[in-house]
Design a protein around this ligand. Structure first.
Ligand code: MN
Length: 256
């Protein structure tokens, strides 16, 4: 697939239509084809692949090819591909997420889900995330991310994305000159401190806030978390087929 005139590219994300990372992604693909943005109206991080099926979806057209949907990332991509765009996109890009999607975080990620929704409909898809602590006050280096997106799209243009795969790209939040390289990587396991904070609202009712800070990534030298921590851009292909082949063999003796 050559990226250029006549190619229809759909952009989405989970941080919402107004997110700086989405604007950066738009800058990265400028001039590469017919670019559409269909993204959630509001922040939808950690919504994973959820679909809105029990209430209507509404859209708002901000510009001719820039539309928000009052739903999830998967809603936005589904609606874009099967209703809002004049035809199927040739490529779907999600992000650039403000925060990494490394290791087992991909199960929670709306950014990855937007790309996966496209891959599930046989459209090549890439998810991009910038590895920085979201609430740490770190400045997001979008120019680094834009340069990496362009480099990856050059490879996509030449080689395509393997079928039934989402390409999950994580980018260290460092100046471009301080990136150590690009590595293919496996999914690591990400551990967080578990945290449940109970408090009481103004009506005297209890409420809970969940989710603790990052602890560590487990995985060997080929795993995405440790590699990205060390300054490598990581490319992790995620299969739509999630079958655990090793476990399948272990379960054979359950058959009768
Ligand atoms: Mn997000």
């Amino acid at each position: 697939m050559l990226i250029g005139v006549g190619v229809r590219i759909l952009l989405s994300n989970d941080d919402g239509i107004e997110a700086a990372g989405l604007a950066a992604l738009r800058r990265a693909v400028e001039g590469m084809g017919e670019v559409w943005t269909v993204a959630p109206a509001t922040e939808q991080s950690a919504k994973s692949h959820s679909f809105t099926m029990h209430e209507p979806l509404r859209v708002k057209r901000h510009e001719e090819r820039r539309i928000s949907v009052n739903g999830t990332p998967a809603d936005a991509v589904y609606l874009a591909m099967h209703g809002l765009l004049p035809g199927k996109p040739d490529l779907v890009l999600s992000g650039i997420n403000c925060g990494s999607n490394l290791g087992t975080d991909v199960h929670y990620s709306g950014t990855v889900a937007a790309a996966r929704e496209a891959a599930n409909h046989d459209v090549p898809a890439v998810a991009f995330s910038l590895h920085l602590g979201r609430d740490t006050g770190q400045v997001a280096l979008w120019d680094t991310a834009i340069a990496v997106v362009r480099e990856v799209l050059d490879r996509v243009s030449r080689h395509g994305v393997p079928p039934m795969t989402v390409l999950n790209v994580n980018i260290p939040n460092r100046p471009l000159a301080e990136l150590r390289g690009v590595r293919t990587a496996t999914m690591s396991h990400r551990r967080y401190e578990t945290l449940v904070r109970e408090s009481v609202d103004l009506r005297g009712q209890p409420y809970y806030w969940i989710g603790g800070p990052h602890l560590w990534f487990s995985g060997d030298e080929h795993a995405d978390g440790p590699l990205c921590d060390q300054g490598f851009v990581t490319l992790t292909p995620l299969a739509l087929d999630m079958t655990d082949r090793a476990a399948l063999d272990l379960l054979r003796c359950w058959e009768r």
